[in-house]
Ligand binder design. Structure first.
Ligand code: AMP
Length: 366
C-alpha cells in the first residue's frame, strides 16, 4: 500500500517523499487512517517501527485546519525523555515543512525563556516531558483547555520513570472531548488501566512484536569474565569492520570509567549518561553523528530513542537487566532497512538475563 492511499494531504505526501520513504510501515498503515477519522488509538509499537511518523503525519493534517490561540496549545505530545521529545520536534519540522504549524518544546535542562514566549503567542503543537509541563502548568503559564489532541508516547517507559501520576493529572486537565493516542512497546496492567480511564473506544493496533523489528540485525554473544571484559571490548572495537559503535552499560559510573579507559587506549570516545545536562548530551551526540568521535559510551535512559542512522555496531558491555532494554538498545540499529551487528558481552552470572532476552526476542543469540 502506498502512502497516497492513507488519506494524507498532498503537501504532506510531498514531504514524506522527500524524506525518502516509499511505503508506510505496518504501524503507519494501521494508525494513520483511523487517526485522520478522529479515533482514539492504542498503538503497541516500539521505537524503530516508524511509530513517530504514525502520529506526527496525521497530526500535521488535522492541525493544518484551524488556528492557535495565546497560551492554549491545540495539541500535546508527552514524551518520557528530552531526547525523544527533541526527536519528535525534528519529525514535525521534517514532515511539516509545507504546513505553517507552530511548535514549542518543553523539556528539562534547557532554557525555558523562548519556549514560554512561544507558548504565550499560541502554539499548534506542544511537545513536553511530564515534569516540565506540570511545572509550567502549576505556574499558570499554560492553559490546557484548548488541547483537543493528546499523544502519550512510550507509555511503558513513562511508567518505569514514575510519570503516571503526572500523566493522570494532565489528562484530567484536558477537555473531555478530545482525541487521545497512546503508544507503548508493552501493555503492563497500569498502562491498560490508564488507557481504560482516559481513552474512548480506542482502536488497538499492534506493530510487529518488538523483536521481529530487528531481524536484520546480526546478534552475537561473547562469553567472558568480569576481569577480562575490558580487554574483550577493546578487541571488539579494534576489529576492522567496526566503523563506529555505541557501547551500552547498565551503570553511569561504568559509562564514565569506560569512556576514560577507552580514551587512554587511543579511541575517539564520547559519553552520554543521565547526569549530564541536555545541551551537553546533544553536543556529544552531534559529535558522534558527524564522526568527530567514533565510539559513544551510553547508559540506557540517556540514549533512549536516539536516532542513530548508520551506526555499524552496538556493543552491550553489560547484559541489560531488563530484556526490553536489550530490544531498545539494538532497536536503534535495524530501523528503516539498515543492517548492523549487535555484540553482547556476558559472564556466567548473566545466564538468566540472556535467557530472558532470548525468550522475549524469540531468537537464540549466536
Ligand atoms: P521511530 O519508530 O518513529 O523511532 O522511527 C524509526 C525510523 O524509521 C526513523 O529513523 C524514521 O526516519 C524511519 N521511518 C519512519 N517511517 C518510515 C517509512 N515509512 N519508511 C522508511 N523509514 C521510515
Amino acid at each position: 500500500m502506498p502512502f497516497a492511499d492513507l488519506g494524507l494531504s498532498d503537501p504532506l505526501l510531498r514531504a514524506v517523499a522527500e524524506a525518502g520513504y516509499d511505503e508506510p510501515t505496518p504501524i503507519q498503515k494501521g494508525t494513520i487512517p483511523p487517526v485522520l477519522m478522529g479515533k482514539d488509538i492504542i498503538g503497541i509499537a516500539q521505537t524503530g517501527t516508524g511509530k513517530t511518523a504514525a502520529f506526527v503525519l496525521p497530526m500535521i493534517d488535522i492541525l493544518g485546519e484551524g488556528r492557535s490561540r495565546a497560551r492554549m496549545p491545540r495539541s500535546l505530545i508527552l514524551e518520557p525523555t528530552r531526547e525523544l521529545a527533541a526527536q519528535v520536534a525534528e519529525n514535525f519540522e521534517k514532515y511539516g515543512k509545507y504546513h505553517k504549524l507552530s511548535m514549542a518544546l518543553l523539556i528539562g535542562g534547557v532554557q525555558m525563556g523562548d519556549q514560554v514566549k512561544a507558548l504565550e503567542k499560541g502554539v499548534d503543537v506542544l511537545i513536553a516531558t511530564p515534569g516540565r509541563l506540570m511545572d509550567l502548568y502549576g505556574r499558570g503559564k499554560i492553559l490546557l483547555t484548548g488541547c483537543s489532541l493528546l499523544v502519550i508516547d512510550e507509555a511503558d517507559r513513562m511508567l518505569d520513570m514514575g510519570f503516571i501520576p503526572d500523566i493522570e493529572e494532565i489528562c484530567s486537565r484536558l477537555p473531555k472531548t478530545r482525541q487521545t493516542l497512546l503508544f507503548s512497546a508493552t501493555m503492563p496492567p497500569p498502562i491498560k488501566k490508564l488507557a481504560d480511564k482516559f481513552l474512548t473506544d480506542p482502536k488497538q493496533i499492534e506493530a510487529s512484536r518488538p523483536a521481529s523489528a530487528n531481524l536484520n540485525i546480526e546478534q552475537r554473544l561473547i562469553i567472558t569474565t568480569s576481569a577480562k571484559k575490558r580487554d574483550v571490548l577493546r578487541d571488539v572495537l579494534r576489529h576492522a569492520e567496526v566503523r563506529n559503535a555505541i557501547v551500552f552499560s547498565n551503570r553511569k559510573t561504568t559509562v564514565r570509567d569506560l569512556a576514560t579507559s577507552l580514551k587512554k587506549s587511543g579511541f575517539k570516545v564520547g559519553q552520554i549518561h543521565g547526569d549530564m545536562e541536555q545541551a551537553e548530551r546533544i553536543a556529544e551526540f552531534d559529535r558522534f553523528k558527524d564522526g568527530s568521535i567514533t565510539i559513544l559510551v551510553a547508559s540506557d535512559v540517556a540514549a533512549r530513542g536516539l536516532d542513530v542512522k548508520g551506526v555499524s555496531h552496538v556493543v552491550n558491555f553489560d547484559v541489560p537487566w531488563q530484556p526490553d532494554d536489550y530490544v531498545h538498545r539494538i532497536g536503534r540499529r535495524g530501523r528503516a532497512g539498515l543492517t548492523g551487528i549487535a555484540i553482547t558481552l556476558a559472564t556466567k552470572e548473566d545466564a538468566e538475563a540472556v535467557a530472558a532476552i532470548e525468550k522475549l526476542t524469540n531468537t537464540k543469540i549466536a
